[in-house]
Design a protein around this ligand. Sequence first.
Ligand SMILES: *[C@@H]1O[C@H](CO)[C@@H](O)[C@H](O)[C@H]1NC(C)=O
Ligand SMILES: *[C@@H]1O[C@H](CO)[C@@H](O)[C@H](O)[C@H]1NC(C)=O
Ligand SMILES: *[C@@H]1O[C@H](CO)[C@@H](O)[C@H](O)[C@H]1NC(C)=O
Length: 199
Amino acid sequence: MYALGLPHAHWSLILIPFFGGLVGGSAVNRTIDDVFGDRVTGDLVQYLPEVPATEGPLWFNQTSCNGCAGVPDASLTLDNTWSAARYLADIGSMSLSMKFSGTAIYVFFVIPNFAAGTGLASAVICDFFIDGAAVGSFSHESDGSGAFTYNTLVYRNTSIPAGDHVLLIETTGASPAVIIFDYALYTYVPPVFFVANFT
Ligand SMILES: *[C@@H]1O[C@H](CO)[C@@H](O)[C@H](O)[C@H]1NC(C)=O
Ligand SMILES: *[C@@H]1O[C@H](CO)[C@@H](O)[C@H](O)[C@H]1NC(C)=O
Ligand SMILES: *[C@@H]1O[C@H](CO)[C@@H](O)[C@H](O)[C@H]1NC(C)=O
């Protein structure tokens, strides 16, 4: 037995290329909706700061703003949902964060273009962090048209080490801004199993 030189496990690994013992799916994109969260894991997006409904709330969605003027058309968003907040300097920091397990992430916003004089923040401003490290930022100045642009990719990263991560999207600083989050996609790579075939 010992004279064979290799434990059985090694034999099975060596034989895999010839007997097709690899079991594992290919990479797939999963969706994290702003309201329904990750449809596979059930994890929800976390919105901060949490302000009591009686005082605001700071973050609101298509439900709380049913019939509001100057909000996105929910029928043009993923799952008919969007989540938004207006940022002012005295808030200090506001953010949304989500967990994902994968090698790439794509973040989609609805971009507003409020006309000057509406009193609404005209800019979209935010920074992106993965596992606490700054990885990018996005900004957009209103073109004054009043139109929303849907399904806008605001951050993409296709070189993330496989594993569990947290994406944080933060708005901070002195400038007023507005964030309208619709959804994110992440690329999940199923684990590969080696199946030994002892015949
Ligand atoms: C995931 O979605 C992005 C953005 O639409 C796309 O470029 C990429 O090819 C997709 N990846 C997979 C594995 O489907
Ligand atoms: C959407 O808004 C409704 C009404 O304000 C609130 O009850 C609900 O918690 C919100 N959902 C999320 C995910 O923020
Ligand atoms: C992607 O994320 C990794 C960390 O997970 C980071 O090192 C890298 O700078 C990011 N790349 C981009 C284009 O944001």
